[in-house]
Design a protein around this ligand. Structure first.
Ligand code: NAP
Length: 485
Protein backbone atom coordinates (compact mmCIF):
# COMPACT_ATOMS: atom_id res chain seq x y z
CA UNK A 1 0.00 0.00 0.00
CA UNK A 2 2.72 2.38 1.05
CA UNK A 3 4.67 4.56 -1.38
CA UNK A 4 5.06 7.87 0.46
CA UNK A 5 6.38 7.92 3.98
CA UNK A 6 3.18 9.14 5.58
CA UNK A 7 2.66 9.57 9.29
CA UNK A 8 -0.62 8.11 10.49
CA UNK A 9 -2.04 8.66 13.94
CA UNK A 10 -4.78 6.43 15.32
CA UNK A 11 -6.99 7.68 18.15
CA UNK A 12 -8.15 5.05 20.63
CA UNK A 13 -6.72 1.62 21.45
CA UNK A 14 -10.03 -0.19 21.56
CA UNK A 15 -11.02 -2.90 19.13
CA UNK A 16 -11.13 -0.59 16.08
CA UNK A 17 -7.96 1.39 16.78
CA UNK A 18 -6.00 -1.81 17.29
CA UNK A 19 -7.39 -3.15 14.02
CA UNK A 20 -6.29 -0.02 12.13
CA UNK A 21 -2.83 -0.09 13.67
CA UNK A 22 -2.28 -3.76 12.89
CA UNK A 23 -3.40 -3.28 9.28
CA UNK A 24 -1.30 -0.15 8.78
CA UNK A 25 1.80 -1.91 10.05
CA UNK A 26 1.12 -4.87 7.78
CA UNK A 27 0.89 -2.42 4.87
CA UNK A 28 4.33 -1.06 5.72
CA UNK A 29 3.52 2.20 7.50
CA UNK A 30 6.28 2.73 10.02
CA UNK A 31 5.51 6.34 10.96
CA UNK A 32 2.65 5.34 13.22
CA UNK A 33 1.29 6.29 16.60
CA UNK A 34 -1.68 4.88 18.51
CA UNK A 35 -2.91 7.25 21.20
CA UNK A 36 -4.88 5.93 24.16
CA UNK A 37 -6.06 8.08 27.04
CA UNK A 38 -6.22 5.18 29.50
CA UNK A 39 -3.46 2.84 30.58
CA UNK A 40 -4.75 -0.26 28.84
CA UNK A 41 -6.34 -1.40 25.59
CA UNK A 42 -9.88 -2.71 25.16
CA UNK A 43 -12.09 0.39 25.07
CA UNK A 44 -15.58 -0.53 26.17
CA UNK A 45 -14.33 -3.90 27.48
CA UNK A 46 -11.79 -2.13 29.67
CA UNK A 47 -14.32 0.35 31.01
CA UNK A 48 -17.20 -2.04 31.68
CA UNK A 49 -16.51 -4.47 34.51
CA UNK A 50 -19.99 -4.89 35.97
CA UNK A 51 -21.12 -8.28 37.32
CA UNK A 52 -22.57 -10.40 34.54
CA UNK A 53 -20.76 -8.49 31.77
CA UNK A 54 -21.09 -10.67 28.71
CA UNK A 55 -20.91 -10.02 24.99
CA UNK A 56 -24.24 -10.98 23.48
CA UNK A 57 -22.63 -11.64 20.11
CA UNK A 58 -21.41 -15.26 19.89
CA UNK A 59 -17.76 -15.40 20.88
CA UNK A 60 -16.31 -16.85 17.67
CA UNK A 61 -18.13 -14.18 15.69
CA UNK A 62 -16.92 -11.44 18.00
CA UNK A 63 -13.32 -11.99 16.91
CA UNK A 64 -11.01 -10.46 14.31
CA UNK A 65 -11.11 -12.61 11.17
CA UNK A 66 -7.30 -12.65 11.14
CA UNK A 67 -6.97 -13.70 14.78
CA UNK A 68 -9.45 -16.41 15.66
CA UNK A 69 -9.56 -17.58 19.25
CA UNK A 70 -10.10 -21.31 19.70
CA UNK A 71 -10.03 -20.82 23.46
CA UNK A 72 -13.33 -19.02 24.07
CA UNK A 73 -14.91 -20.91 26.96
CA UNK A 74 -18.54 -20.04 26.30
CA UNK A 75 -20.96 -19.52 23.47
CA UNK A 76 -21.29 -15.88 24.62
CA UNK A 77 -17.96 -14.62 25.94
CA UNK A 78 -17.66 -13.16 29.43
CA UNK A 79 -16.39 -9.57 29.36
CA UNK A 80 -13.18 -10.53 31.11
CA UNK A 81 -12.37 -12.99 28.31
CA UNK A 82 -13.03 -10.36 25.65
CA UNK A 83 -10.70 -7.96 27.44
CA UNK A 84 -8.11 -10.75 27.72
CA UNK A 85 -8.44 -11.42 23.99
CA UNK A 86 -7.69 -7.78 23.11
CA UNK A 87 -4.70 -7.76 25.46
CA UNK A 88 -3.46 -10.93 23.78
CA UNK A 89 -3.82 -9.37 20.32
CA UNK A 90 -2.06 -6.21 21.49
CA UNK A 91 0.90 -8.27 22.73
CA UNK A 92 1.01 -10.68 19.80
CA UNK A 93 1.06 -7.90 17.21
CA UNK A 94 3.67 -5.87 19.11
CA UNK A 95 1.45 -2.80 19.29
CA UNK A 96 3.22 -1.50 22.40
CA UNK A 97 5.97 -0.23 20.08
CA UNK A 98 3.68 2.43 18.66
CA UNK A 99 1.19 2.98 21.49
CA UNK A 100 1.19 5.96 23.81
CA UNK A 101 -0.88 5.15 26.85
CA UNK A 102 -2.12 7.85 29.20
CA UNK A 103 -2.17 10.41 26.39
CA UNK A 104 -5.58 11.85 25.61
CA UNK A 105 -5.71 13.73 22.34
CA UNK A 106 -7.81 16.82 22.98
CA UNK A 107 -7.19 18.83 19.80
CA UNK A 108 -6.83 17.94 16.14
CA UNK A 109 -6.41 20.82 13.74
CA UNK A 110 -5.79 20.64 9.98
CA UNK A 111 -3.39 23.33 8.92
CA UNK A 112 -1.01 23.66 6.03
CA UNK A 113 -1.73 20.16 4.72
CA UNK A 114 -1.22 18.30 7.99
CA UNK A 115 -3.08 17.41 11.16
CA UNK A 116 -1.67 19.02 14.27
CA UNK A 117 -2.53 17.12 17.43
CA UNK A 118 -2.31 18.15 21.03
CA UNK A 119 -2.79 15.98 24.11
CA UNK A 120 -4.14 16.98 27.53
CA UNK A 121 -0.59 16.53 28.82
CA UNK A 122 0.64 19.20 26.40
CA UNK A 123 2.34 16.66 24.12
CA UNK A 124 2.13 17.64 20.45
CA UNK A 125 2.29 15.56 17.32
CA UNK A 126 1.63 15.86 13.60
CA UNK A 127 0.07 13.49 11.11
CA UNK A 128 -0.71 13.25 7.43
CA UNK A 129 -3.66 11.02 8.19
CA UNK A 130 -5.80 10.61 11.32
CA UNK A 131 -7.92 7.54 12.04
CA UNK A 132 -10.49 8.22 14.75
CA UNK A 133 -11.47 5.00 16.49
CA UNK A 134 -12.85 6.54 19.64
CA UNK A 135 -15.88 4.32 20.15
CA UNK A 136 -19.62 4.70 20.09
CA UNK A 137 -20.97 4.21 23.63
CA UNK A 138 -18.32 5.96 25.59
CA UNK A 139 -19.82 8.67 27.77
CA UNK A 140 -22.00 7.33 30.61
CA UNK A 141 -25.37 9.02 30.94
CA UNK A 142 -26.53 9.77 34.47
CA UNK A 143 -30.09 11.13 34.39
CA UNK A 144 -30.76 14.23 36.44
CA UNK A 145 -32.99 12.70 39.10
CA UNK A 146 -33.98 14.98 41.98
CA UNK A 147 -31.95 14.38 45.11
CA UNK A 148 -29.30 12.26 43.40
CA UNK A 149 -26.59 13.82 45.58
CA UNK A 150 -28.43 13.18 48.83
CA UNK A 151 -28.15 9.37 48.79
CA UNK A 152 -26.10 8.08 51.73
CA UNK A 153 -25.22 4.72 50.21
CA UNK A 154 -23.04 3.88 47.20
CA UNK A 155 -24.20 5.12 43.80
CA UNK A 156 -22.43 4.59 40.48
CA UNK A 157 -22.93 4.07 36.74
CA UNK A 158 -22.64 0.57 35.30
CA UNK A 159 -19.56 1.59 33.29
CA UNK A 160 -17.87 2.98 36.43
CA UNK A 161 -18.49 0.00 38.70
CA UNK A 162 -17.16 0.55 42.19
CA UNK A 163 -15.62 -2.79 43.12
CA UNK A 164 -14.77 -1.55 46.60
CA UNK A 165 -18.47 -1.81 47.47
CA UNK A 166 -19.49 -5.22 48.83
CA UNK A 167 -22.91 -6.23 47.61
CA UNK A 168 -23.45 -9.29 49.73
CA UNK A 169 -26.18 -8.73 52.32
CA UNK A 170 -27.09 -5.37 50.73
CA UNK A 171 -30.25 -3.92 49.25
CA UNK A 172 -29.35 -3.05 45.67
CA UNK A 173 -31.39 -0.99 43.21
CA UNK A 174 -30.66 -1.11 39.47
CA UNK A 175 -32.14 1.60 37.23
CA UNK A 176 -32.49 0.66 33.58
CA UNK A 177 -33.22 -2.54 31.68
CA UNK A 178 -31.19 -2.28 28.51
CA UNK A 179 -28.65 -5.04 27.78
CA UNK A 180 -26.56 -3.81 30.71
CA UNK A 181 -29.27 -3.65 33.38
CA UNK A 182 -30.61 -7.05 32.37
CA UNK A 183 -27.16 -8.64 32.65
CA UNK A 184 -26.57 -7.05 36.07
CA UNK A 185 -29.92 -8.26 37.42
CA UNK A 186 -29.24 -11.76 36.11
CA UNK A 187 -25.85 -11.80 37.85
CA UNK A 188 -27.02 -10.39 41.20
CA UNK A 189 -30.35 -12.18 41.71
CA UNK A 190 -30.20 -14.29 44.85
CA UNK A 191 -26.71 -13.00 45.69
CA UNK A 192 -27.75 -9.82 47.48
CA UNK A 193 -30.27 -9.38 50.29
CA UNK A 194 -32.81 -7.59 48.12
CA UNK A 195 -32.61 -6.63 44.47
CA UNK A 196 -34.91 -3.97 43.03
CA UNK A 197 -35.11 -3.46 39.28
CA UNK A 198 -36.50 -0.07 38.24
CA UNK A 199 -38.03 -0.47 34.79
CA UNK A 200 -39.30 2.57 32.93
CA UNK A 201 -40.13 0.79 29.67
CA UNK A 202 -40.51 -2.98 29.37
CA UNK A 203 -38.09 -4.72 26.99
CA UNK A 204 -38.50 -7.67 24.69
CA UNK A 205 -36.13 -10.40 25.79
CA UNK A 206 -34.74 -12.74 23.17
CA UNK A 207 -33.96 -16.17 24.63
CA UNK A 208 -30.45 -17.43 24.05
CA UNK A 209 -28.38 -20.34 25.30
CA UNK A 210 -24.95 -19.74 26.73
CA UNK A 211 -23.29 -23.13 26.97
CA UNK A 212 -19.64 -23.92 27.61
CA UNK A 213 -17.23 -25.19 24.98
CA UNK A 214 -15.67 -28.40 26.28
CA UNK A 215 -11.86 -28.73 26.47
CA UNK A 216 -12.12 -31.19 23.55
CA UNK A 217 -14.02 -28.68 21.44
CA UNK A 218 -11.52 -25.93 22.25
CA UNK A 219 -8.70 -28.26 21.28
CA UNK A 220 -10.43 -29.16 18.02
CA UNK A 221 -10.99 -25.46 17.20
CA UNK A 222 -7.20 -25.05 16.98
CA UNK A 223 -7.68 -26.43 13.48
CA UNK A 224 -9.06 -23.53 11.39
CA UNK A 225 -11.01 -25.91 9.15
CA UNK A 226 -12.80 -27.45 12.15
CA UNK A 227 -13.55 -24.01 13.56
CA UNK A 228 -14.84 -22.81 10.19
CA UNK A 229 -17.15 -25.77 9.89
CA UNK A 230 -18.39 -25.57 13.48
CA UNK A 231 -19.02 -21.85 13.40
CA UNK A 232 -20.27 -21.53 9.83
CA UNK A 233 -19.08 -17.96 9.45
CA UNK A 234 -20.91 -17.47 6.15
CA UNK A 235 -24.13 -18.82 7.66
CA UNK A 236 -23.78 -16.45 10.58
CA UNK A 237 -23.38 -13.49 8.22
CA UNK A 238 -26.58 -14.59 6.49
CA UNK A 239 -28.34 -14.47 9.86
CA UNK A 240 -26.98 -10.94 10.44
CA UNK A 241 -28.42 -10.00 7.06
CA UNK A 242 -31.81 -11.44 8.07
CA UNK A 243 -31.64 -9.49 11.33
CA UNK A 244 -31.00 -6.23 9.48
CA UNK A 245 -33.76 -7.09 7.02
CA UNK A 246 -36.08 -7.48 10.02
CA UNK A 247 -35.25 -3.92 11.09
CA UNK A 248 -36.48 -2.52 7.80
CA UNK A 249 -39.30 -4.97 7.03
CA UNK A 250 -41.61 -6.13 9.78
CA UNK A 251 -43.20 -8.62 7.40
CA UNK A 252 -39.88 -10.37 6.79
CA UNK A 253 -39.39 -13.93 8.03
CA UNK A 254 -36.64 -12.69 10.36
CA UNK A 255 -38.91 -10.09 11.98
CA UNK A 256 -41.70 -12.62 12.49
CA UNK A 257 -39.27 -15.21 13.90
CA UNK A 258 -37.73 -12.76 16.35
CA UNK A 259 -41.13 -11.50 17.47
CA UNK A 260 -42.42 -15.05 17.99
CA UNK A 261 -39.33 -15.99 20.01
CA UNK A 262 -39.71 -12.93 22.25
CA UNK A 263 -43.49 -13.41 22.75
CA UNK A 264 -43.01 -17.11 23.52
CA UNK A 265 -40.18 -16.39 25.95
CA UNK A 266 -42.34 -14.01 27.97
CA UNK A 267 -45.37 -16.33 28.00
CA UNK A 268 -43.44 -19.45 28.89
CA UNK A 269 -40.94 -18.02 31.35
CA UNK A 270 -43.03 -15.76 33.58
CA UNK A 271 -45.64 -17.57 35.65
CA UNK A 272 -47.29 -14.74 37.62
CA UNK A 273 -49.78 -13.04 35.25
CA UNK A 274 -49.39 -9.62 36.95
CA UNK A 275 -45.61 -9.72 36.64
CA UNK A 276 -45.93 -10.95 33.07
CA UNK A 277 -48.07 -7.95 32.14
CA UNK A 278 -45.60 -5.58 33.79
CA UNK A 279 -42.84 -7.15 31.70
CA UNK A 280 -44.84 -6.98 28.45
CA UNK A 281 -43.53 -4.18 26.20
CA UNK A 282 -45.96 -1.89 24.39
CA UNK A 283 -43.66 -1.45 21.41
CA UNK A 284 -42.56 -3.79 18.62
CA UNK A 285 -39.66 -6.19 19.09
CA UNK A 286 -36.43 -4.72 17.60
CA UNK A 287 -37.61 -1.13 18.16
CA UNK A 288 -34.98 -0.92 20.87
CA UNK A 289 -31.75 -2.85 20.55
CA UNK A 290 -32.80 -6.41 21.27
CA UNK A 291 -31.85 -7.69 24.70
CA UNK A 292 -30.57 -11.27 24.62
CA UNK A 293 -30.71 -13.12 27.90
CA UNK A 294 -30.72 -16.75 28.96
CA UNK A 295 -31.87 -16.01 32.50
CA UNK A 296 -33.35 -12.55 33.11
CA UNK A 297 -36.92 -13.79 33.56
CA UNK A 298 -35.71 -16.37 36.10
CA UNK A 299 -33.68 -13.68 37.89
CA UNK A 300 -36.55 -11.23 38.21
CA UNK A 301 -38.80 -14.02 39.56
CA UNK A 302 -36.31 -14.86 42.32
CA UNK A 303 -37.92 -14.41 45.76
CA UNK A 304 -35.37 -11.73 46.66
CA UNK A 305 -35.93 -9.77 43.44
CA UNK A 306 -38.55 -7.10 42.83
CA UNK A 307 -39.63 -5.36 39.65
CA UNK A 308 -40.73 -1.74 40.12
CA UNK A 309 -42.56 -0.13 37.22
CA UNK A 310 -43.67 3.08 38.93
CA UNK A 311 -41.67 6.04 37.65
CA UNK A 312 -38.88 7.33 39.84
CA UNK A 313 -39.79 10.59 41.59
CA UNK A 314 -36.59 11.27 43.51
CA UNK A 315 -33.57 9.87 45.25
CA UNK A 316 -33.39 10.42 48.98
CA UNK A 317 -30.89 9.71 51.72
CA UNK A 318 -32.21 6.18 52.17
CA UNK A 319 -33.23 5.11 48.71
CA UNK A 320 -35.44 5.78 45.71
CA UNK A 321 -38.95 7.20 46.03
CA UNK A 322 -41.34 6.36 43.23
CA UNK A 323 -44.26 8.44 41.99
CA UNK A 324 -46.73 6.39 44.05
CA UNK A 325 -45.02 7.73 47.19
CA UNK A 326 -43.26 4.48 48.11
CA UNK A 327 -39.68 4.75 49.39
CA UNK A 328 -37.56 1.79 48.25
CA UNK A 329 -34.85 1.61 50.89
CA UNK A 330 -31.47 0.79 49.38
CA UNK A 331 -27.78 0.54 50.24
CA UNK A 332 -26.52 0.68 46.66
CA UNK A 333 -27.94 2.28 43.49
CA UNK A 334 -26.62 1.27 40.08
CA UNK A 335 -27.37 3.45 37.09
CA UNK A 336 -27.59 1.15 34.07
CA UNK A 337 -28.91 4.16 32.21
CA UNK A 338 -26.82 3.97 29.06
CA UNK A 339 -24.56 6.36 27.23
CA UNK A 340 -24.59 9.56 25.23
CA UNK A 341 -24.52 7.92 21.81
CA UNK A 342 -24.11 11.24 19.99
CA UNK A 343 -20.85 12.22 21.72
CA UNK A 344 -18.58 10.88 18.97
CA UNK A 345 -14.95 11.85 19.52
CA UNK A 346 -15.92 14.29 22.28
CA UNK A 347 -14.27 16.04 23.98
CA UNK A 348 -11.69 16.30 21.19
CA UNK A 349 -11.81 19.68 19.44
CA UNK A 350 -11.52 18.92 15.75
CA UNK A 351 -10.88 21.73 13.28
CA UNK A 352 -10.80 21.02 9.57
CA UNK A 353 -9.77 22.97 6.53
CA UNK A 354 -10.07 26.78 6.76
CA UNK A 355 -10.88 26.65 10.46
CA UNK A 356 -14.05 24.59 10.04
CA UNK A 357 -15.21 23.39 13.43
CA UNK A 358 -16.53 19.86 13.87
CA UNK A 359 -18.78 21.03 16.72
CA UNK A 360 -20.40 23.54 14.35
CA UNK A 361 -20.57 20.99 11.53
CA UNK A 362 -22.27 18.53 13.86
CA UNK A 363 -24.38 21.12 15.67
CA UNK A 364 -27.65 19.46 14.63
CA UNK A 365 -26.40 15.85 14.75
CA UNK A 366 -23.21 13.88 14.00
CA UNK A 367 -22.99 12.89 10.36
CA UNK A 368 -20.40 11.47 8.00
CA UNK A 369 -20.37 10.09 4.48
CA UNK A 370 -20.85 6.33 4.92
CA UNK A 371 -19.85 6.91 8.58
CA UNK A 372 -16.26 7.43 7.45
CA UNK A 373 -15.43 10.78 5.87
CA UNK A 374 -16.51 14.43 6.17
CA UNK A 375 -16.12 17.32 3.73
CA UNK A 376 -13.35 19.76 4.67
CA UNK A 377 -11.88 17.28 7.13
CA UNK A 378 -9.32 15.84 4.71
CA UNK A 379 -7.37 12.69 5.50
CA UNK A 380 -9.49 12.19 8.62
CA UNK A 381 -11.34 8.88 8.63
CA UNK A 382 -13.52 7.24 11.25
CA UNK A 383 -14.05 3.65 12.29
CA UNK A 384 -17.47 2.99 13.83
CA UNK A 385 -18.30 6.63 13.16
CA UNK A 386 -21.76 8.19 13.24
CA UNK A 387 -24.63 6.49 11.38
CA UNK A 388 -22.71 3.29 10.78
CA UNK A 389 -24.21 -0.11 11.52
CA UNK A 390 -24.75 -0.85 15.21
CA UNK A 391 -26.99 -3.63 16.44
CA UNK A 392 -27.02 -7.19 17.65
CA UNK A 393 -23.96 -8.14 15.62
CA UNK A 394 -20.21 -7.80 15.81
CA UNK A 395 -18.80 -4.29 15.59
CA UNK A 396 -15.43 -5.94 14.93
CA UNK A 397 -16.81 -7.27 11.67
CA UNK A 398 -18.23 -3.83 10.85
CA UNK A 399 -14.86 -2.18 11.56
CA UNK A 400 -13.04 -4.71 9.36
CA UNK A 401 -15.29 -3.87 6.41
CA UNK A 402 -14.82 -0.15 7.09
CA UNK A 403 -11.09 -0.68 7.21
CA UNK A 404 -11.17 -2.35 3.80
CA UNK A 405 -12.70 0.90 2.51
CA UNK A 406 -10.46 3.30 4.43
CA UNK A 407 -7.37 1.38 3.30
CA UNK A 408 -8.30 2.25 -0.29
CA UNK A 409 -8.60 5.95 0.61
CA UNK A 410 -5.20 5.85 2.28
CA UNK A 411 -3.75 4.08 -0.73
CA UNK A 412 -4.73 7.02 -2.96
CA UNK A 413 -2.87 9.41 -0.69
CA UNK A 414 0.04 7.08 -0.26
CA UNK A 415 0.38 6.59 -4.01
CA UNK A 416 0.55 10.34 -4.51
CA UNK A 417 -2.81 10.65 -6.29
CA UNK A 418 -3.91 13.16 -3.66
CA UNK A 419 -2.40 15.13 -0.81
CA UNK A 420 -5.81 15.82 0.69
CA UNK A 421 -8.78 13.52 0.37
CA UNK A 422 -12.29 13.74 1.78
CA UNK A 423 -15.86 13.30 0.57
CA UNK A 424 -17.58 16.09 -1.33
CA UNK A 425 -20.18 18.15 0.52
CA UNK A 426 -22.87 17.21 -2.01
CA UNK A 427 -22.04 13.52 -1.63
CA UNK A 428 -22.63 13.74 2.11
CA UNK A 429 -25.84 15.71 1.54
CA UNK A 430 -27.13 13.07 -0.84
CA UNK A 431 -26.10 10.25 1.50
CA UNK A 432 -27.78 11.98 4.45
CA UNK A 433 -31.00 12.45 2.51
CA UNK A 434 -31.14 8.81 1.45
CA UNK A 435 -30.14 7.62 4.91
CA UNK A 436 -32.72 9.77 6.69
CA UNK A 437 -35.49 8.65 4.34
CA UNK A 438 -34.58 5.01 4.87
CA UNK A 439 -34.26 5.52 8.64
CA UNK A 440 -37.88 6.68 8.80
CA UNK A 441 -38.93 3.30 7.42
CA UNK A 442 -37.20 1.26 10.12
CA UNK A 443 -38.75 -0.31 13.20
CA UNK A 444 -36.51 1.97 15.28
CA UNK A 445 -38.65 4.88 13.98
CA UNK A 446 -42.01 3.20 13.49
CA UNK A 447 -41.94 0.65 16.30
CA UNK A 448 -43.45 2.83 19.03
CA UNK A 449 -40.47 3.37 21.32
CA UNK A 450 -37.54 5.66 22.01
CA UNK A 451 -33.96 4.46 22.28
CA UNK A 452 -30.36 5.57 21.99
CA UNK A 453 -30.61 4.80 18.27
CA UNK A 454 -32.54 8.06 17.81
CA UNK A 455 -30.68 11.33 17.32
CA UNK A 456 -31.71 14.65 18.84
CA UNK A 457 -34.33 15.05 16.08
CA UNK A 458 -35.82 11.62 16.77
CA UNK A 459 -34.36 10.13 13.57
CA UNK A 460 -32.57 6.77 13.87
CA UNK A 461 -28.84 7.44 13.67
CA UNK A 462 -27.83 3.92 12.73
CA UNK A 463 -27.31 2.34 9.30
CA UNK A 464 -30.86 1.89 7.96
CA UNK A 465 -30.17 -0.68 5.28
CA UNK A 466 -29.22 -4.34 5.34
CA UNK A 467 -25.88 -5.80 6.36
CA UNK A 468 -25.22 -6.99 2.79
CA UNK A 469 -25.88 -3.47 1.48
CA UNK A 470 -23.25 -2.27 3.94
CA UNK A 471 -20.73 -4.94 2.90
CA UNK A 472 -21.26 -4.01 -0.78
CA UNK A 473 -20.87 -0.30 0.00
CA UNK A 474 -17.59 -0.94 1.81
CA UNK A 475 -16.19 -2.94 -1.09
CA UNK A 476 -14.92 0.04 -3.04
CA UNK A 477 -15.28 3.82 -2.61
CA UNK A 478 -17.32 5.66 -5.22
CA UNK A 479 -14.47 7.88 -6.26
CA UNK A 480 -16.72 10.48 -7.88
CA UNK A 481 -17.99 11.29 -4.39
CA UNK A 482 -14.51 12.22 -3.19
CA UNK A 483 -12.53 15.39 -3.61
CA UNK A 484 -8.85 14.81 -4.26
CA UNK A 485 -6.51 17.77 -3.99
P1 NAP B 1 -29.55 1.52 27.18
O1 NAP B 1 -29.87 0.42 26.26
O2 NAP B 1 -29.51 2.90 26.64
O3 NAP B 1 -30.60 1.44 28.37
C1 NAP B 1 -30.72 2.46 29.31
C2 NAP B 1 -31.80 2.08 30.28
O4 NAP B 1 -31.89 3.08 31.28
C3 NAP B 1 -33.17 1.98 29.64
O5 NAP B 1 -33.87 0.93 30.22
C4 NAP B 1 -33.81 3.32 29.99
O6 NAP B 1 -35.21 3.30 30.04
C5 NAP B 1 -33.24 3.50 31.38
N1 NAP B 1 -33.27 4.88 31.83
C6 NAP B 1 -32.58 5.92 31.34
N2 NAP B 1 -32.87 7.03 32.02
C7 NAP B 1 -33.77 6.68 32.98
C8 NAP B 1 -34.46 7.38 33.98
N3 NAP B 1 -34.29 8.70 34.15
N4 NAP B 1 -35.32 6.70 34.77
C9 NAP B 1 -35.49 5.38 34.60
N5 NAP B 1 -34.88 4.67 33.67
C10 NAP B 1 -34.02 5.31 32.85
O7 NAP B 1 -28.14 1.30 27.93
P2 NAP B 1 -27.32 -0.05 28.19
O8 NAP B 1 -28.18 -1.10 28.78
O9 NAP B 1 -26.09 0.34 28.91
O10 NAP B 1 -26.96 -0.54 26.77
C11 NAP B 1 -26.43 0.35 25.82
C12 NAP B 1 -25.90 -0.44 24.68
O11 NAP B 1 -24.65 -1.01 25.05
C13 NAP B 1 -26.72 -1.62 24.25
O12 NAP B 1 -27.84 -1.29 23.51
C14 NAP B 1 -25.69 -2.37 23.49
O13 NAP B 1 -25.50 -1.81 22.22
C15 NAP B 1 -24.47 -2.17 24.32
N6 NAP B 1 -24.31 -3.30 25.21
C16 NAP B 1 -23.98 -4.46 24.63
C17 NAP B 1 -23.84 -5.56 25.41
C18 NAP B 1 -23.46 -6.81 24.72
O14 NAP B 1 -23.64 -7.83 25.30
N7 NAP B 1 -22.95 -6.79 23.50
C19 NAP B 1 -24.04 -5.52 26.77
C20 NAP B 1 -24.37 -4.30 27.35
C21 NAP B 1 -24.51 -3.20 26.55
P3 NAP B 1 -36.10 3.62 28.72
O15 NAP B 1 -36.05 2.36 27.90
O16 NAP B 1 -37.43 3.92 29.26
O17 NAP B 1 -35.45 4.79 28.05
Amino acid sequence: MKDRNLRVVVLGAGMAGMLATIKLREAGFDQLALYEKADNVGGTWRENTYPGLTCDVPSHHYTYTFERNPGWTRHLPPGVEVQGYFQHVFAKYGLAEVTRFGEEVTEACFDNGRWHLRCRSGLEDEADIVIAATGVLHHPRLPAIDGIDSFRGALFHSARWDHSVTLEGKRVGVIGNGSTGVQIISALAGKVEHLVHFQRTAQWIMPVENGHFSPEERQAFEDPAVLEEAMDFAGYNASVDAYTQAIIDEESEGAKGIAAACFGNLEQSVTDPDLREKLRPDHKPLCKRLVFSPDYYQAIQHPQSQLVTEDIASIEEDGIRTQDGVLHELDVIVFATGFDASAFMRPITVTGRDGKSLDAFWADHPKAYYAISMPDFPNFFMLNGPNGPVGNFSLIDIAEHQWHYIAQLIEKISAGDADELCCKAEALRDFEQRRTEAARETVWFKGGCTSWYLDSRGIPASWPWTYSTFVDAMNEPQWADFELR
